[in-house]
Design a protein. Structure first.
Length: 277
């Protein structure tokens, strides 16, 4: 038996079509600048202009040359990895406590943890600079890692909290009834089932650190220049075509991370909707 579709008046169909057209135009508006620079990264000329002056890998070779981009890329990866470990650990524990513990001021603690998402970034960067300066953490890797951790923790807390809301606590109680202690129950039951949400929070933490330029402007010295900080200086001095090649490389990393997050979300939904044995 064929499924009968609900009746739509001509005005309804026109409205749906208009929404689809507007959504399509919105996607084009957002993606067109990104797509436009991809061919320019393979330009054989020395200027960022169309038509292209041949095909060349020279700008990608400049990006992966020993100087000036590779030290900045190494700094970004190192700081991002350290930030991811710290923010994921602290954010996961905070989300677990906020989800299951009851204590006075719980809402205020939650609001404090996510406040870096609300406060303008330049104000946060200035506050961190003034707080870190007396302790010698300005122009240091430790200062950048700690500052980026503060910025990344809210994303981990929100992501992991959302995952825990769909978690069945009866499985932890069942593990406890079989003799498992709190840590054993966490690492054998809670962690495997919430791992997709935790990993998604870790991806957000890494992207937050890797993409930051405002805090790096305040805290980074010449030895701590990250990729965004180096790109900021390069754009201010001159428009080097290797910046476009680096931008395409970073976009590729972002797409890879988005695909990874979508796969993690899909796996989390599968685990959540799996029927009980």
């Amino acid at each position: 038996m064929a499924v009968q579709r609900p009746y739509r008046s001509p005005a309804d169909r026109l409205g749906v079509a208009a929404v689809r057209v507007l959504a399509g135009l919105g996607f084009v508006f957002m993606l067109a600048p990104i797509l436009a620079i991809i061919p320019l990264s393979f330009n054989g000329g020395s200027y960022l202009s169309y038509p292209l002056q041949g095909f060349s890998w020279q700008w990608y070779e400049a990006v992966f040359a020993p100087r000036p981009w590779m030290p900045a890329l190494w700094n970004s990866l190192t700081i991002g990895a350290a930030t991811t470990v710290l923010a994921t650990t602290v954010g996961t524990l905070a989300a677990y406590g906020l989800s299951y513990a009851e204590f006075p001021g719980k809402r205020w603690v939650g609001a404090l943890l996510i406040s870096p998402m609300v406060v303008p970034l330049v104000i946060t960067a200035l506050a961190v600079y003034l707080a870190f300066a007396p302790f010698g953490l300005v122009h240091s890797f430790a200062g950048l890692v700690l500052a980026h951790t503060v910025l990344a923790i809210p994303f981990v807390v929100i992501t992991v909290t959302a995952t825990l809301h769909g978690f069945d606590r009866n499985m932890v109680r069942a593990a406890s009834s079989l003799g498992a202690g709190p840590l054993t129950a966490f690492f054998t039951v809670t962690f495997p089932l919430t791992a997709p949400g935790i990993l998604a929070g870790a991806v957000f933490a890494f992207v937050t650190s890797f993409d930051d330029v405002i805090v790096a402007l305040f805290l980074a010295g010449p030895e701590q220049f990250t990729v965004p900080r180096r790109m900021f200086n390069a754009l201010r001095d001159k428009l080097d075509p290797s910046i476009v090649a680096l931008a395409v490389f970073l976009v590729s990393i972002s797409v890879l991370l988005l695909v990874t997050m979508e796969l993690l979300r899909w796996r989390s939904e599968r685990l959540r909707n799996r029927p009980a044995a």
